[in-house]
Design a protein around this ligand. Structure first.
Ligand code: NAD
Ligand code: MLT
Length: 540
C-alpha cells in the first residue's frame, strides 16, 4: 500500500482530519497559518495540501511541486489558488462546493435583516446605556422586491427563505435555465439593468470573474430606486466599494450588509466608517455544521483521489490531453474554441449542446477514465463544453467539471459520430441550442496543422480561431466593409486578417482579426454604419 502525506494549512474541523487518519496510509500534518516562505520550502514533501481561504497558492508555490498531486479547498471559492499553474503541473485542484451553502445563505438573510433594521447599531447603543428608540427606524422586507444576482446554490436558497418573508423575488443569472427559476417561483430577468430598476433589496451570489468584477458601479447605482439595501456575501469586488461608499454616504442607498471585501483583511476601508454599513469579517461559511461539512467533503475527496478511488469536485485535469494523438489534440483545441465562439455569438440561455464527430479520425473511443464517473464523453465534447461554459463561469470551469456544470444547469449534452458530412472527411460540428434559437459551427484541421472554423450556420468561412476578432454581419452592398476598415484605422487598430462570406439572401458575414483591443466606443461607431446588421468583439 502506498504511503501519503497530507498537509493542512488552515483550521479545518477535526472530523475531516479523522477521515484522513483512518485511511491507514495517510499521515496528516497540521500547520495552520504557515507563512508562505516556509510553505514554499516544504510543499513538495506532501502528496496533498488542504487549505481554506487563509492560504494563497500562487504559481510560484507550485513551480517545483515535488510530490504534490492534490490541492484541496475546504470551501467553494478557489480564487486563492492559481488553477492554471496547478493544472500545468498536473496537480488536481478540488473544492467542497456544497458544504457551506446553507451557512452562507443564513448569513445573507441575517445580514439583510441586520441592515434593514439596524440591529447591530441598536445593540451597541443600548449596551452603552442609551434608550434611543427613535433613531432605529428600519425598513420592512414584506412586500419588497429582492433582486438576486447569481441564482446558483446560495442564491436559490436565499430566494426560498426570502419568499417566506412575503418578498417578491427576481433574479439575474444568464447561465441558468428559466425552468430552474420557475421552479423556485423566481422571475428571471434577461438584463441586469432591468432588474436594477425594480429592486428594493439586492443580494449578490456570483463568483468573482472578469464579468462580475465591478458589475455594480456608480452608473448602475444611478439606475436604482432610492433607499435600497445592498447585500454582498459572495466576493469583494463585485460591487465597486468606492461607488457604494458614495451612495451610502449620500443616502441614495439605505444600508449595506457586507461580508466580503476587495482586500481582506480590509485596510483603511472607508465602508467600515459608515453607520449604515453592517459588516462581518468573511464569516459566511463559519457555522459548526458548514465547517464540519466542508472538512468531511474535502477529506473524503482527497483520501479517495490519493487511493485511486472515484472522487468528485475536481476543478481541473480529467485526462491528459498530451496522451491524445497529435491531430486529435488539434481538434481538441479547435472544439474548445468553437464552444467559446458559440458562447459569445449566441443569444439566449443554453439548453442543448451537440457535438458531431465526422470521419475516421474519431472512430476510436477515447474516453479512458480511471474511475467510474457518471460521464463518459469524448475529450472533444468536454473541450467544447469547457469552451462554452468558461465564458460564463470562467475561473472554475475545467475539463473535469464541465459536464457536471452543464448537468447542474440542465443543459442536455449529445454526441454522435458520422462517416462524412458535405465535402468534409474530418470535421467537428458544434451545435448550440438556446431558448432563442440554434447555432451551428463546424471546424476542421487541414494538412498545415491549423484548426479552422469552416462553417457558421449557412456561411462558409476560413477562420483560424486565435486572438481578437471583430465579427459583423452586413447587407451585401458596396462601401460598408471600407467604412469598418476606416474606423479601425482611425483608432489605430491594426487589421491582421480578414475573412468574408456572402449569402444569396443578400447578407455578408465577416471575421476581422485585429492586433489591438476594440473598445466599446469604437464598436458603437461600427454599429452605427448604415447597412450594419450586427457587430461584436470576439476573444478566442
Ligand atoms: P454557484 O456556482 O452555485 O452559483 C453561482 C451562480 O452565479 C451560478 O448560477 C452562475 O450561473 C452565476 N453567475 C456566474 N456569472 C454570472 C454573471 N456574470 N451574472 C450573473 N450570474 C452569474 O456558487 P454558490 O455556491 O452559490 O456560491 C456563490 C458565491 O458565494 C461564490 O463566489 C462563493 O465563493 C461565495 N461564497 C462566499 C461565502 C462566504 O463566506 N461569504 C461562503 C460560500 C460561498
Ligand atoms: C468559500 O468560498 O467557501 C467561502 O468564501 C468560505 C471561505 O473561504 O472560508
Amino acid at each position: 500500500m502506498d504511503k501519503f502525506k497530507v498537509l493542512v494549512t488552515d483550521n479545518i474541523s477535526k472530523e475531516g482530519i479523522d477521515i484522513l487518519s483512518r485511511e491507514g496510509n495517510i499521515d496528516v500534518e497540521i500547520k495552520a497559518g504557515i507563512k508562505s516562505e516556509e510553505l514554499e520550502k516544504i510543499i513538495g514533501e506532501y502528496d496533498a495540501i488542504i487549505t481554506r481561504s487563509g492560504t494563497n497558492i500562487p504559481a510560484s508555490l507550485v513551480e517545483n511541486p515535488g510530490k504534490l498531486k492534490i490541492i484541496g479547498r475546504a470551501g467553494v471559492g478557489v480564487d486563492n489558488i492559481d488553477i492554471e499553474a496547478a493544472s500545468k503541473k498536473g496537480i488536481i485542484v478540488m473544492n467542497a462546493p456544497t458544504g457551506n451553502t446553507l451557512a452562507a445563505t443564513e448569513l445573507t438573510i441575517g445580514i439583510m435583516l441586520a441592515a434593514a433594521r439596524k440591529i447591530p447599531l441598536a445593540n451597541d447603543s443600548l449596551k452603552t446605556g442609551k434608550w434611543n428608540r427613535k433613531k432605529f427606524m428600519g425598513i420592512e422586507l414584506y412586500n419588497k422586491t429582492l433582486g438576486i444576482v447569481g441564482l446558483g446554490r446560495i442564491g436559490s436558497n436565499v430566494a426560498i427563505r426570502a419568499k417566506s418573508f412575503g418578498m417578491k423575488i427576481i433574479a439575474y443569472d444568464p447561465y441558468i435555465k428559466k425552468s430552474k427559476a420557475d421552479s423556485l417561483g423566481v422571475i428571471l430577468f434577461d438584463n441586469l439593468k432591468d432588474l436594477l430598476k425594480e429592486v428594493d433589496v439586492i443580494s449578490f451570489h456570483t463568483p468573482l470573474t472578469a464579468a462580475t468584477r465591478n458589475m455594480i458601479t456608480a452608473k448602475e447605482i444611478e439606475l436604482m430606486k432610492d433607499n435600497i439595501i445592498f447585500v454582498n456575501c459572495a466576493r469583494g469586488g463585485i460591487v465597486n466599494e468606492n461607488d457604494l461608499y458614495n451612495a451610502l454616504k449620500s443616502g441614495k442607498v439605505f444600508a449595506a450588509g457586507v461580508d466580503v471585501f476587495e482586500k481582506e483583511p480590509p485596510e483603511s476601508n472607508k465602508l467600515l466608517e459608515l453607520e449604515n454599513v453592517f459588516a462581518t469579517p468573511h464569516i459566511g461559511a463559519n457555522t459548526m455544521e458548514g465547517q464540519e461539512a466542508v472538512s468531511v467533503i474535502i477529506a473524503e475527496q482527497v483520501a479517495n483521489a490519493l487511493n485511486s478511488r472515484p472522487y468528485l469536485n475536481a476543478i481541473n485535469i480529467p485526462f491528459m490531453k498530451s496522451q491524445l494523438p497529435d491531430n486529435l489534440q488539434l481538434y481538441f483545441d479547435l472544439t474548445e474554441k468553437m464552444g467559446k465562439l458559440a458562447a459569445q455569438l449566441a443569444k439566449g440561455r443554453p439548453e442543448m449542446i451537440q457535438i458531431v464527430m465526422v470521419g475516421k479520425n474519431f472512430e476510436e473511443d477515447l474516453c479512458e477514465r480511471k474511475f467510474d464517473v457518471p460521464f463518459s464523453f469524448q475529450p472533444f465534447t468536454i473541450a467544447g463544453l469547457k469552451g462554452i461554459l468558461s465564458v460564463s463561469i470562467q475561473e472554475s470551469v475545467t475539463y473535469i467539471n464541465a459536464p457536471y456544470v452543464a448537468k447542474d444547469r440542465n443543459i442536455v449534452v449529445e454526441e454522435t459520430k458520422t462517416a462524412q458530412f458535405d465535402k468534409f472527411n474530418d470535421l467537428i460540428i458544434f451545435t448550440l441550442r438556446t431558448d432563442q434559437g440554434e447555432m451551428n459551427i463546424a471546424g476542421t484541421v487541414f494538412s498545415d496543422k491549423l484548426g479552422r472554423i469552416v462553417l457558421l450556420d449557412r456561411f462558409h468561412l476560413d477562420v483560424i480561431p486565435k486572438g481578437t476578432f471583430l465579427h459583423f454581419k452586413i447587407f451585401d452592398r458596396p462601401g460598408i466593409i471600407g467604412k469598418v476598415g476606416t474606423i479601425l484605422g482611425d483608432h489605430n487598430i491594426n487589421i491582421a486578417g480578414f475573412g468574408v462570406s456572402r449569402q444569396k439572401s443578400g447578407e455578408e458575414l465577416a471575421f476581422v482579426s485585429v492586433d489591438d483591443p476594440i473598445r466599446s466606443h469604437v464598436l458603437d461607431e461600427i454599429l452605427k454604419i448604415d447597412g450594419m446588421i450586427e457587430a461584436k468583439v470576439i476573444d478566442l
